[in-house]
Design a protein around this ligand. Structure first.
Ligand SMILES: *[C@@H]1O[C@H](CO)[C@@H](O)[C@H](O)[C@H]1NC(C)=O
Ligand SMILES: *[C@@H]1O[C@H](CO)[C@@H](O)[C@H](O)[C@H]1NC(C)=O
Ligand SMILES: *[C@@H]1O[C@H](CO)[C@@H](O)[C@H](O)[C@H]1NC(C)=O
Ligand SMILES: *[C@@H]1O[C@H](CO)[C@@H](O)[C@H](O)[C@H]1NC(C)=O
Ligand SMILES: *[C@@H]1O[C@H](CO)[C@@H](O)[C@H](O)[C@H]1NC(C)=O
Ligand SMILES: *[C@@H]1O[C@H](CO)[C@@H](O)[C@H](O)[C@H]1NC(C)=O
Ligand SMILES: *[C@@H]1O[C@H](CO)[C@@H](O)[C@H](O)[C@H]1NC(C)=O
Ligand SMILES: *[C@@H]1O[C@H](CO)[C@@H](O)[C@H](O)[C@H]1NC(C)=O
Length: 560
């Protein structure tokens, strides 16, 4: 996938040369997040009882280069403990000599073998799609892959007028009603981003459809498209080729210009082979209104269907927020979010995401508390957990909703702006901010606040969730942007729940049982390892009740 030096710079490879790195430099290194050398996901999949993770990697240097990007490869039985294998793909042919970029795996038949389509970069920096098959499909580790002699199988030409430097990231293929395979490739024409559609009988000979599956003006390049079915009445996942009653479709694209993974829910019209989003404006909406998987840092994500547990799993890449000099100093950069199970919310209007259940195997030393009033303006320390490496779940009951701050109709309904405290939301009035202070130093010089604030309008209540990095480190060189999202919960009838996965320099937060998520990177200098503290807090002017709080220290799994 993506080729921009702008954000590639932010993803310097983690070196396998820890011997050169003093342990004191590793204070920000996550412990239970997958951390390959580079972190774009290629083709996650499950085969013969093993989960496979392929990722972009530069074996020659700690930094990305416009040469020689390869596919790294790791396997796992549980998506938590990972073991490295030799590289799956390396540049070796004229069509990929400058790099093997992102792609996807497809199981060609339920009992059959997997194939991979990936983007190759040639000497002229032109992008083509290429096919590889396992050398030995009986090998559950799929150690060796063979490039098809028919490559490239999709390429820009004078006839198709595809922009040769904007043609990448093939999706997992799905089988249509006519028994033809279909695959999407991200592209752009002027400022119109698009998901080009290709069809094939045999995975080798591909024909471009007359129309893209979907496109939108003023959206720029679409990277890493993803297209998959979701069920309207249940949380189980569906194989990518499933369609029919009770099925809706999701189109996700990684908007290169803004570095956001945005998605639309809609209908896949199989006769016209187009995707019709429920909201006619689709991706052309104002940027802050387009639904995102995650309102923090989360890009170039991909889903796959896990047939073992009948679920759709989402993998995303979480970039660093530190400056490149610091990344070079620590010798690694970029991590993988904890895989998330994803399904359609009961409302049908949004997706819900929750960390895979396997991650709970890492929980140890539980600390719990029930029914505790958190008075206005107070702080409650949660001791007994390793706060730098923890999983925390907390839920709140709010009363006195009439005391919620009024949301001024003149304010821009931009959650990120509201979380930044602009527009008077910093005022400590009403219901919130209340939530967790994570990675807090002893004297509160450093902390990351993850919280809710309840607003009222004339018609209803609105719950804002924020992750505020502004006080996360005394090192002010880092990107301290606050992140925010509205959570579609009804504070009159529902508790407000928050879960934070804290891992040294990562805070992944889930609000409303997965209706909103925010991944943030923070680099405390004081609140590290055993010096980190965890608190619940209420900075509003109204008491709230903690119904339950559970916190666990997280064990360290095997990561490569
Ligand atoms: C890599 O990209 C840089 C900047 O675009 C260019 O100057 C250089 O020639 C490229 N290197 C190779 C080996 O293609
Ligand atoms: C293919 O893989 C299977 C399972 O690992 C192994 O038993 C077999 O020897 C392999 N075949 C070849 C030709 O390497
Ligand atoms: C082709 O893609 C490049 C980015 O690689 C972009 O700068 C250029 O504007 C595109 N050209 C057209 C005609 O869309
Ligand atoms: C969804 O509803 C249909 C029809 O009512 C039913 O056949 C199917 O089993 C339901 N699926 C789930 C997962 O509940
Ligand atoms: C975004 O919203 C503003 C204000 O609501 C409006 O003026 C503007 O035209 C919108 N932009 C787009 C691209 O729809
Ligand atoms: C990577 O991080 C930098 C610094 O926070 C940010 O500006 C950039 O948008 C991020 N890129 C992606 C793809 O998330
Ligand atoms: C809200 O914030 C925006 C952007 O900072 C500003 O332009 C506007 O004047 C503010 N409105 C109010 C009512 O504070
Ligand atoms: C809570 O209020 C105190 C006192 O005004 C302030 O120092 C602190 O920064 C606030 N904390 C948060 C997370 O808003």
């Amino acid at each position: 996938m993506a080729n921009s030096s702008i954000w590639l710079l932010g993803t310097l490879a983690f070196l396998l040369c820890n011997a050169h790195i003093k342990s004191s430099d590793q204070k920000h290194r996550p412990s239970y997040h997958f951390q390959p050398s580079k972190n774009w996901i290629n083709g996650p999949m499950r085969y013969k009882g093993l989960y496979h993770m392929f990722y972009q990697h530069n074996p020659k240097a700690a930094i990305w280069s416009n040469y020689s990007i390869v596919w790294g490869h790791s396997v796992s039985k549980d998506l938590v403990n990972w073991f490295p294998l030799p590289h799956a793909l390396i540049p070796s042919k004229p069509y990929d000599i400058k790099g093997c970029w992102s792609g996807s795996a497809t199981m060609v038949h339920p009992m059959g073998r997997p194939v991979i389509l990936y983007t190759g970069i040639d000497f002229k920096e032109h992008q083509t799609q290429n096919l590889v098959v396992p050398k030995n499909a009986s090998d559950p580790f799929l150690r060796e892959w063979v490039k098809s002699p028919k490559n490239p199988v999709m390429e820009p030409s004078n006839a198709n007028k595809i922009n040769a430097t904007s043609f990448r990231d093939p999706t997992t293929a799905w089988l249509g009603h006519d028994n033809l395979w279909r695959v999407l490739v991200g592209s752009q024409e002027g400022d119109r981003g698009m998901a080009l559609l290709f069809l094939s009988k045999d995975f080798v000979n591909w024909v471009q459809a007359k129309h893209p599956l979907h496109s939108a003006k003023r959206t720029g390049m679409w990277e890493c498209p993803d297209f998959f079915p979701v069920l309207t009445n249940g949380t189980i996942g569906l194989d990518t080729s499933i369609n029919g009653p009770h099925v809706r479709h999701v189109l996700k694209v990684s908007l290169f210009d803004v570095s956001h993974d945005c998605y639309l829910i809609g209908t896949y019209d199989t006769t016209k082979d187009v995707f019709v989003p429920d909201h006619h404006k689709g991706f052309e909406h104002n940027e802050s209104l387009i639904p995102r998987y995650d309102n923090g840092k989360f890009y170039a994500s991909k889903t796959f269907y896990d047939d073992a547990k009948k679920r759709r799993i989402l993998w995303g890449w979480i970039n660093e927020s530190s400056v490149p000099e610091d990344d070079i100093h620590k010798g690694w950069s970029g991590i993988q979010a904890i895989p998330r199970t994803l399904w359609l919310d009961k409302s049908g209007k949004q997706l819900v995401q929750w960390p895979i259940e396997e991650v709970e195997k890492l929980r140890t030393n539980p600390v719990t508390l029930h029914s505790k009033i958190l008075k206005a303006g107070t702080l409650l320390e949660v001791s007994g957990v390793t706060a730098a490496q923890a999983d925390v779940e907390i839920s709140f009951e709010v009363n006195e909703l009439e005391k919620a701050q009024m949301l001024d109709p003149s304010w821009k309904m931009d959650p990120q702006l509201l979380c930044s405290g602009k527009n008077g939301t910093e005022a400590k009035v009403g219901l919130g901010p209340f939530g967790l202070l994570v990675l807090a130093s002893k004297n509160m010089q450093e902390y990351t606040a993850v919280f809710f604030k309840v607003f009222r309008t004339n018609k209803r209540y609105m719950v804002l969730m924020c992750s505020d990095q502004s006080r996360s480190s005394v090192n002010l060189k880092n990107d301290l942007t606050p992140y925010g999202a509205f959570v579609d919960v009804d504070p009159v009838h529902e508790e407000l729940s928050l879960r934070c996965l804290i891992d040294h320099s990562v805070v992944e937060s889930f609000g409303g049982e997965g209706k909103a998520s925010i991944a943030a990177r923070v680099y405390p200098t004081l609140a590290i390892n055993d010096e980190a503290h965890l608190h619940a807090f209420n900075n509003g002017t109204v008491h709230v009740k903690i119904t339950t709080l559970s916190a666990w220290t997280m064990k360290k799994p095997n990561i490569n």
